[in-house]
Each structure stands twice: as structure tokens, then as C-alpha cells.
Design a protein around this ligand. Structure first.
Ligand code: AMP
Ligand code: ZN
Length: 451
């Protein structure tokens, strides 16, 4: 039985997809205006684990991920400059160049974390026609009104608007009185389509309703889901910050416009802090995966660090803790290396694959799976299963080089027998320069990795 926390019900519910074999999943992707930092990847790592758990549970997973290349303004509400326009201005590039550059970087990072590739990666700007159709729909059904800024969704017309996030709409109204001077009817109303105002620079623009403009941010997720996955998906996932605005608005647009429920399950990952502080460029702690690589870490060390915690828990990251995760991953790879060099019959295997999968099915309990690995003896086949479940590339990054090292082992033994320690030390140093070391065990010398 699969159990997942569901933001719709605010409880842990039994999960069954509508189609007994196929699961339709949508995950909100990055806004491609700068390099993603490690906090941004929290989400993709946990949803990769979700996809892997579902696949090992026997489902076909049809997952769509979007790339936001238009319409996401500096504030998640409808204020401030478009993030891509800002990126273009800062770097002296066109918005299209900015989008291409950071999509490329994102996909490279995605690969380096060994994240399962979604069935479809969809760019927001490829769905403008569908965006316009959805706005048409909303307008026909009486959900929108026009201001000088654009076309707005009247949230008072969508009766369940406050339910998803548990919003206090009256409180919002009271709190907004001072700054709430725009032509919006309610503070929670949001733009489904923004007009380019006179004097405003907005390179990405389309003619709609006889005016030049661009889609509001939330629209893309609604139209991509509808186009690529159809009516009512099984799981929608994203960052916890998306609950009160982005996902609330996605639901309003999709359900009001298409007349169907958007998703049966909504999952959200929590945030990470770094050394107890928010990630920010000005604090210099918004590390990218490249920064971590420069500090000697593998992206998969970061993936393991992430899986050490639960996706719904806020966590504190530090380079010290990352070093511990790196050591843990190395230790696991060395256990695999040891297996290559052991008499298979003499090894005990008491790892319970079914138990590990059950932990994953219990609302993605990754940390207990890691503890189970620490406390069990795994066969090579178990490690392959672990790689399928966690995607840490443990087996592939530990090739069996026992044969290749036979000459070195022999020469070292001989040198030691002849008390020719200079030769023996040289062999040891040569191996060290290749990140290998020799461990003298009761069963004789074995090779292990040092990195
Ligand atoms: P973007 O739209 O590319 O700016 O993506 C930002 C998303 O990354 C946010 O909506 C969050 O869901 C996620 N995010 C940002 N900072 C963190 C953090 N410190 N920890 C976890 N997720 C984060
Ligand atoms: Zn979204």
C-alpha cells in the first residue's frame, strides 16, 4: 500500500492512481533566469525518489516537468519585473538567449544528479496558443475582468479558492487595505494575462485581445498539464512556497476553465536553510552544484544528503554535514568494492528489499532506508536495487578493477617480502594518486577507493 501526504486533505492518504497501471505526474520546474542553487534541486531530488518508488511498485510513470521561460515576475504575486527580462538586462543578452543558457545549465545539473528523465519537458512559451484558449474559456465563463494591467481572475467567483492553502481571505483584505490600491477587485485576484504597459520593456510578447501582452505565470502549468496529461492527473508536486499562490491559482484556472479537478494528490517539499540562514546571493551561500564540485563534492553526495531527511521537513545544510554524506556514500561504494573481492559464498545477505520499498511507499521515508542500508549486509543484487530506488549510481561508480590491479598487488607483496619498502611505498603512492588504497585484511590485501 502506498501512502502519501496530500495537501488537498491535509492527511496521509492511501494512494491509488485512476488507471491501475499508469500514473500521471506533473512537477513544477525552474524559472530559467539564472543558475539553479542547491535549494532549488531539493524538489527534483525528492520527486525523483517518488518516481523511482512508483516505478518499483509496478507503475508506468508519465511525468511532465515545465520550464518557466516567461511571465514569472520578481514577486510571486503580480508585481515587479519579469525574472527573464531582468536576467537579460543584467547580462546584456536577449531573453531567448538567457532562457537557452539556463535551460542548458539546468538540464546538465539534472543529469549530474542522476534524476530520472521526465517523459516530457515542456517550455512555457510553446503553449501560448493553449494559454489564450484557457483565458478565452475563463472569460466566457465569467471568471475574469480587465484592468489597465491585464486580464485578472476574480477569485471571489471561485468558491473554494481559500481551501487548498487554508487562506484567510478576510484577513488578506484587511491587511492589504494600505497598499491595495490597484484596480484589482480582491487582493487575492491574479493576472491570467498581463499587458505590456507603455514604456515597459518586455521582449517576450504576443497579441491577444487586440493588445500586446504575455501570460500570467500560473497559466502555463494549467495549460501544459491539460495539453500533455489531460483531465485530472494523479499527482502534482512542487515546493512548499507554491501552496498559497502558485498552486492555489493553478487550481483556480484549471478547474474553473476546464471544469475538471486538476489533481488527486498534491505533494510539497520543504525548504533547506544553510548554516541556519536563508539561501541568498548576498550571503554568498546560494551554492550551485558547480560550487560544490569545486569544493570536491560529487552532485550525488548532495543527493544523498538530501535523502537523509524527509521531504516535508525543513532542514539545515552545512558543508560539514555534506562531508559526512560524502563519506557515507564512499563507504557504501567501498562495500561494493569489497564484494568484488570476496568469496561470494562467505558473504551473508540480510538486506530486505521489500522492507526498503515499503519504507519508500510510506510517504517517502528515505532516511530509514539509508539506515537499513547501514545496518544490513547487501549482495551485489541488493546494491543494484538500491540504485534503482535511490539513483545514487553506487554500482556504476564502483567498477570491478580487481584484475587490473593484480600486477600491482603482486609487485607490492614481493617488495614487502624482500623488505624493499621503497618499491612497496611507491606502489602505494601510485595507487593513492589514482584514489585507490590497499587495505590489509584477515583475508589478505584488498583495494578500496579514497574518493
Ligand atoms: P524558481 O522558480 O526557479 O525561482 O524556483 C524557485 C523554487 O525553488 C521555489 O519556488 C522553491 O520551491 C524552490 N526553492 C527555493 N529556495 C529553496 C530552498 N532554500 N530550499 C528548497 N527549495 C527552494
Ligand atoms: Zn507550476
Amino acid at each position: 500500500m502506498i501512502k502519501l501526504y496530500n495537501q488537498l486533505t491535509k492527511t496521509i492518504d492511501e494512494f491509488t492512481p485512476q488507471d491501475p497501471r499508469n500514473v500521471k505526474i506533473y512537477t513544477c520546474g525552474p524559472t530559467v533566469y539564472s543558475y539553479a542553487h542547491i535549494g532549488n534541486f531539493t524538489s527534483y531530488i525528492y520527486w525523483d525518489f517518488l518516481v523511482r518508488m512508483l516505478t518499483l511498485s509496478g507503475f508506468n510513470v508519465n511525468r511532465v516537468l515545465n520550464l518557466t521561460d516567461v511571465g514569472h515576475l520578481a514577486s510571486d504575486a503580480d508585481d515587479g519585473e519579469d525574472k527573464l527580462e531582468k536576467g537579460a538586462r543584467t547580462e546584456g543578452k536577449t531573453v531567448w538567449e538567457i532562457a537557452d543558457k539556463y535551460i542548458d545549465a539546468f538540464l546538465k545539473d539534472f543529469k549530474s544528479l542522476n534524476l530520472t528523465e521526465p517523459a516530457k519537458i515542456a517550455r512555457a512559451t510553446d503553449y501560448i496558443k493553449q494559454d489564450e484558449e484557457l483565458v478565452d474559456n475563463l472569460t466566457k465563463k465569467g471568471y475574469t475582468y480587465e484592468t489597465a494591467d491585464g486580464i485578472f481572475f476574480d477569485t471571489s467567483k471561485f468558491k473554494t479558492y481559500a481551501d487548498f492553502a487554508g487562506l484567510d481571505l478576510e484577513g488578506l483584505k484587511a491587511g492589504a487595505r494600505v497598499e491595495f490600491s490597484s484596480e484589482k477587485k480582491n487582493p487575492s485576484d491574479f493576472a491570467v494575462w498581463k499587458y505590456v504597459r507603455p514604456g515597459e520593456n518586455h521582449a517576450m510578447q504576443w497579441r491577444y485581445n487586440n493588445k500586446i501582452g504575455y501570460p500570467g505565470w500560473h497559466l502555463e502549468c494549467a495549460t501544459i498539464i491539460h495539453t500533455e496529461l489531460g483531465d485530472t492527473i494523479d499527482v502534482h508536486a512542487g515546493g512548499i512556497d507554491h501552496i498559497p499562490i502558485h498552486h492555489t491559482n493553478e487550481i483556480a484556472e484549471y478547474e474553473a476553465g476546464y471544469g475538471k479537478k486538476l489533481a488527486n494528490f498534491w505533494l510539497h517539499n520543504n525548504f533547506i536553510l544553510i548554516d541556519g540562514q536563508k539561501l541568498s546571493k548576498s550571503l554568498g551561500n546560494a551554492y550551485t552544484l558547480s560550487d560544490l564540485k569545486e569544493k570536491g563534492f560529487d552532485p550525488l553526495d548532495y543527493k544523498l544528503w538530501t535523502l537523509q531527511g524527509h521531504y516535508r521537513t525543513e532542514r539545515n545544510f552545512s558543508l560539514n554535514d555534506l562531508s559526512a554524506a560524502k563519506a557515507r556514500r564512499l563507504n557504501w561504494r567501498n562495500r561494493i568494492a569489497r564484494l568484488y573481492q570476496q568469496d561470494a559464498i562467505s558473504t551473508v545477505d540480510n538486506f530486505d528489499q521489500a522492507k526498503a520499498l515499503k519504507l519508500a511507499q510510506n510517504n517517502l521515508n528515505s532516511s530509514e532506508i539509508l539506515a537499513l542500508i547501514d545496518n544490513s549486509m547487501l549482495s551485489l543484487e541488493d546494491w543494484m536495487f538500491v540504485d534503482k530506488l535511490l539513483g545514487l549510481d553506487l554500482v556504476a561508480s564502483t567498477p570491478d578493477i580487481t584484475q587490473d590491479l593484480a600486477d600491482e598487488f603482486y609487485a607490492r607483496e614481493l617488495a614487502r617480502k624482500n623488505k624493499d619498502y621503497a618499491v612497496a611505498d611507491k606502489i602505494r603512492d601510485d595507487l593513492l594518486s589514482r584514489n585507490l588504497t590497499i587495505l590489509d585484511t584477515a583475508d589478505g590485501p584488498i583495494w578500496q577507493m579514497t574518493a
